[in-house]
Design a protein around this ligand. Structure first.
Ligand code: NAD
Ligand code: UDP
Ligand code: UDP
Length: 310
């Protein structure tokens, strides 16, 4: 039985990953400091004898014995990662160093949950992995963007220097059940607002675009990447290439919830990327992966979840 460590395992993506790993027969150690994640996200797993939950901050060393490390610990929404930006960078950088040190001692394979934010506000569209990005190094998003970029550097240097088995995955906007209802991400915001009968808040004129991947597809890509041949290390984009403006998303959410909401336009946050869409040819060729769930179907599942929990 393979032992997997999932850092950030009590968060949105982490909890789905823990579920998937347990279902495929892994022994799972979930490590989280509960900054944005919660016990509630993994409560249904606590009775499983192959699951263990540990409260721990990855900026401190961690001595455990595992075969696979999925490094997801890091707040992911702008509200949360900008709440304590210094801590965000520490989590990405010190967290990566500690998990790489752990992987080095154990000779364990390690996967980094990187992000499309490494491309910044891109002038190449759709984004290919060979594009170096356009990131403001001193803006309000930099703690996250540059933290994640530095983590990628560390992963590749641990590989070059120590021949570690690494995998780097660039995750594009992902949504689904167990998103935090108040973390300010656009899908959860719009759904919660529509369900509560509040105005939908569109930042800027709503013409900026994002590509939204349903969580089940994303986790499938993550597991495939971890189990891919050792010579394939990435970075590889995982996301849904369907591209929507925030106005279109607001329309779709209202349709799915079955309401006609008021739209409230608010100022665009600093450095908000204009366009984002993954080129997924690499994932298709190397992992045989492509998303299966349309935004319409994924929104149905997500709305059903928020209806139940609100
Ligand atoms: P999330 O906030 O729900 O999960 C992050 C988890 O990490 C939380 O459970 C949080 O408590 C934990 N955490 C934060 N700092 C920690 C620390 N110092 N020590 C231990 N645990 C810590 O966010 P998510 O959407 O599940 O994102 C998971 C990972 O995927 C993140 O690394 C994020 O950057 C990456 N990612 C997510 C998306 C997305 O759209 N969801 C997009 C790109 C990248
Ligand atoms: N580390 C850890 N768990 C381990 C091994 C190392 O948390 O099982 C941490 C350790 O505290 C160190 C970091 O990982 O700060 C980087 O380890 P590495 O061996 O690369 O560097 P060194 O210890 O030589 O500075
Ligand atoms: N956004 C919006 N209204 C909201 C929350 C976000 O219009 O209530 C916009 C935001 O400005 C951005 C897009 O939606 O252009 C995606 O934002 P999110 O924070 O979900 O992800 P990211 O910007 O990190 O891709």
């Amino acid at each position: 039985m393979q032992r997997a460590l999932v850092t950030g395992g009590a968060g949105f993506l982490g909890s789905h990953l823990c579920e998937r790993l347990l279902a495929s027969g892994h022994d799972v150690l979930c490590v989280d400091n509960f900054f944005t994640g919660s016990k509630a996200n993994v409560r249904h797993l606590l009775d499983n004898p192959n699951f263990e939950l540990m409260r721990h901050d990855v900026t401190f060393p961690l001595y455990v014995e595992v075969d696979r490390i999925f490094n997801l610990a890091c707040p992911a929404s702008p509200i949360h990662y900008q709440h304590d930006p210094v801590q965000t960078t520490k989590t990405s950088v010190h967290g990566a160093i500690n998990m790489l040190g752990l992987a080095k001692r154990l000779r364990a394979r390690i996967l980094q949950a990187s992000t499309s934010e490494v491309y910044g506000d891109p002038e190449v569209h759709p984004q290919v992995e060979s594009y170096w990005g356009r990131v403001n190094p001193i803006g309000v998003r930099s703690c996250y963007d540059e933290g994640k970029r530095c983590a990628e550097t560390l992963f590749f240097d641990y590989r070059r220097q120590l021949n570690l088995e690494i995998k780097v995955m660039r995750i594009f906007n992902t949504y689904g059940p167990r998103m935090h209802p108040n973390d300010g991400r656009v899908v959860s915001n719009f759904i919660v607002q529509a369900l509560k009968g509040e105005p939908i808040t569109i930042f800027g004129d709503g013409s900026q675009t994002r590509s939204f991947c349903y969580v089940d597809d994303l986790i499938d890509g993550m597991v495939r990447l971890m189990e891919s041949p050792p010579d394939f290390v990435g970075p590889v984009n995982i996301g849904n290439p369907g591209e929507f403006s925030m106005l279109e998303l607001a329309e779709l959410v209202q349709e799915t919830v079955g309401v006609k909401a008021n739209i409230q336009f608010q100022p665009l946050p600093q450095d908000d990327p204009r366009h984002r869409r993954p080129d997924i040819s690499l994932a298709q060729a190397k992992l045989g992966w492509a998303p299966k769930v349309s935004l319409k179907d994924g929104l149905k599942e997500t709305v059903a979840y928020f209806r139940k929990t609100l």
